[in-house]
Design a protein around this ligand. Structure first.
Ligand code: ASP
Length: 355
């Protein structure tokens, strides 16, 4: 089922939040190098912002940052900025570098609870002033999506999303997949929420709408004591032991093979079991981009279950890492609650079964 957008209203107010990245850079005519644009320079390059199809106001982080430098405190600032301006705007567009956009957008999807307005992250592969740039198309379509309403006058997409090169994705399902092509993002385990061509077609049945509109809640505490442990043939006991004995470690994204399989060596089982007994939470996440963890399907995943490793189902590494940091920040040492919530979809980030 696809619906063309119902209404794009000129009376909608959108807040455009600059955080940095290629999209907000301009070429310095004197040196030829890319530097962050100030908002006036940016506006001059995108006169369409004044076209009146929606009222767009801008707010810029200072300094603008390359997304490789983004930290959990920057995720918190993005969520706080939206929270502080929530009542004054109908939707939000966040301009962000592509490199870590999936991490930031996933984190913001966990930090803003009971969201009922659109928050659309976008960026570009080429800076805004470059002739072939994908910046304007991404930005202007993101604004259009943020200001679209359905037949009941509700926001068309009241979710945290990533819009890039014609596709609107649920943010916590995305991965940066290409450093060269304009189609930089993919959502391997959840279909796109909308596709933009001459018209924008929304797949309404895939979009989450809150059952009732509640006040927005903000949960920005994070704990960064997490690690990603990627298995590979020949990985040594010393490497695994070193990761699992990292001081202060709270959680591990265990990147396994195929449907969640790991080598069946006793030493691996013993190290994982010992870590879990010490209160470290370990989640099984397949190294495959698409598909899901099915613990118990092969014998080689049985020891993981026996040790107490949790299933990550079809979650992305980016979303799992951000979710762990947010849950460790919010629930501190309440591991029972954290384990239960890791097994629950909080913002549409996992589908627990194939049906
Ligand atoms: N390094 C840049 C960033 O992520 C790349 C980009 O924006 O595409 O901030």
């Amino acid at each position: 089922m696809q619906t063309e957008y119902w209404k794009h209203r000129a009376d909608m107010k959108i807040l455009l939040i600059f955080t940095g990245g290629t999209i907000s850079m301009v070429r310095n005519p004197a040196t030829g190098a890319l530097r962050p644009a100030d908002m006036q320079a940016f506006k001059a390059l995108v006169p369409e912002l004044e076209a009146g199809e929606a009222t767009v106001e801008m707010l810029s982080f200072d300094p603008l940052i390359d997304s490789s430098d983004v930290l959990p405190r920057n995720w918190a600032k993005m969520a706080e900025t939206i929270y502080a301006n929530y009542e004054r705007y109908d939707g939000f567009v966040v301009l962000h570098g592509t490199d870590t956009m999936s991490y930031s957008a996933s984190a913001v999807s966990f930090m803003l609870r009971d969201l009922a307005k659109p928050v659309i992250f976008t960026g570009s592969q080429l800076p805004v002033g470059v002739l072939r740039s994908d910046a304007k198309e991404n930005l202007l379509t993101a604004i259009e999506i943020a200001s679209a309403t359905d037949k009941q006058g509700r926001a068309m997409v009241p979710e945290v999303c990533v819009f890039f090169e014609n596709h609107l994705f649920r943010a916590n399902r995305t991965t940066k997949q290409n450093a060269e092509h304009f189609e930089a993002f993919a959502s391997h385990n959840y279909p796109s929420l909308a596709k933009a061509g001459v018209h924008i077609f929304y797949r309404e049945h895939l979009i989450h709408h809150p059952e009732q509109v509640l006040p927005l809640r903000l949960c920005t505490k994070t704990d960064p004591h997490v690690a990603i442990l990627k298995l590979f043939p020949g990985i040594t006991e010393e490497v695994v032991a070193a990761v699992l004995h990292t001081p202060g470690l709270r959680g591990v994204v265990l990147e396994t093979y195929g449907s969640g399989n790991a080598p069946s060596f006793d030493w691996l089982y013993n190290l994982l079991k010992d870590a879990i007994d010490r209160g470290i939470i370990i989640v099984d996440k397949t190294q495959c981009s698409a598909g899901r963890v099915e613990m118990g399907r092969y014998e080689v995943s049985l020891p993981l279950m026996k040790a107490g490793v949790l299933s990550g189902y079809d979650i992305t590494t980016e979303a799992l890492l951000a979710k762990m940091m947010c849950l460790f920040g919010e629930y501190e040492h309440d591991n029972d609650t954290i384990r239960r919530l890791l097994d629950t979809s909080l913002a549409g980030e996992i589908t627990k079964s194939n049906d």
